[in-house]
Ligand binder design. Structure first.
Ligand SMILES: [Zn+2]
Ligand SMILES: [Zn+2]
Length: 268
């Protein structure tokens, strides 16, 4: 049984077929999904998706793209919204200097509020970083010095130095379909060196469909393709990889509980 630790089931790409999307995931061995909030103004929609399915939990947060457009949101507000039993973490947050859809200072302020919420609520923060590795590490280091917090770097695509530093800070590394791309040899090398107990797998659906679905709309069922490649890279069987990443997920997201569907799958 696998967990898709990062997908966006509230996106319009899915509205008509959500029941089908979730059952296809279950049939593909993906027993649990974490749907990630990108706009705090759309949080209710994300929460509604999580409430609809036993096997889906959600986060609350503001994507770095939206940091300058969404209302500035304090750690206290994030923590209050995370009191719902379906909300198990914060984000996605972080820094994206590739697109820079929001000013850098707004991204940083928002990132720090999410980290503070993670520290105080002891719930994980989901970190997005693109073309901003040095700044992301600086903020993670500074905030870690204030006090430890649980979290992960999602859709990991940085170098070995970032992976190593993140693991040192107690953060997990979540691997997306990028690892299946033919040209991603450097990423596969980086992932090979990450301890199994620090790894998660995700789709980031509807984006970034793994090979052999590349170019199509992504969905949680395709986590299996990514997991197969990660297993090969780590030199373990797909079953061992699934067992480890699923255990890592529920250890990190302590509020998430395996659904009944998952119990049935585990027993099969
Ligand atoms: Zn992201
Ligand atoms: Zn995302």
């Amino acid at each position: 049984m696998l967990v898709d630790s990062h997908c966006h089931l509230d996106f319009p790409d899915f509205t008509e077929t959500l029941d089908d999307v979730v059952s296809r995931a279950h049939r593909a061995g993906v027993g649990h999904m974490l749907t990630i909030c990108t706009h705090v103004t759309r949080f209710e929609r994300v929460l509604a998706v999580a409430r609809r399915f036993d096997s889906v939990h959600c986060t609350v947060g503001i994507h770095p793209h939206e940091a300058g457009k969404e209302p500035e949101t304090s750690a206290e507000t994030l923590m209050r919204l995370a009191e719902d039993p379906k909300v198990v973490g914060f984000g996605e947050t972080g820094l994206d200097f590739f697109y820079e859809h929001s000013p850098r200072d707004a991204q940083e302020r928002s990132f720090r509020q999410h980290i503070r919420a993670a520290r105080e609520a002891a719930l994980p923060v989901v970190v997005h970083t693109r073309d901003a590795e040095a700044e992301t590490l600086r903020i993670l280091d500074e905030e870690h010095a204030v006090g430890a917090f649980p979290g992960l770097i999602h859709c990991f695509s940085s170098g070995p130095d970032v992976a190593e530093r993140a693991v040192d800070l107690g953060l997990l590394i979540s691997v997306s379909g990028i690892v299946t791309f033919r040209k991603a040899e450097a990423l596969r090398e980086t992932i090979r060196a990450v301890p199994l107990e620090s790894l998660l797998v995700e789709t980031d659906a509807p984006y970034l469909a793994p090979v052999p679905r590349r170019g199509k709309r992504n969905e949680p069922a395709y986590t299996a393709h990514t997991a197969a490649v990660v297993a090969e890279v780590k030199g373990v069987t797909p079953a061992e990889l699934a067992e480890a990443t699923t255990a890592n997920f529920f250890r990190l997201f302590r509020k998430a509980t395996p659904s009944v569907a998952m119990g049935v799958m585990a027993a099969e």
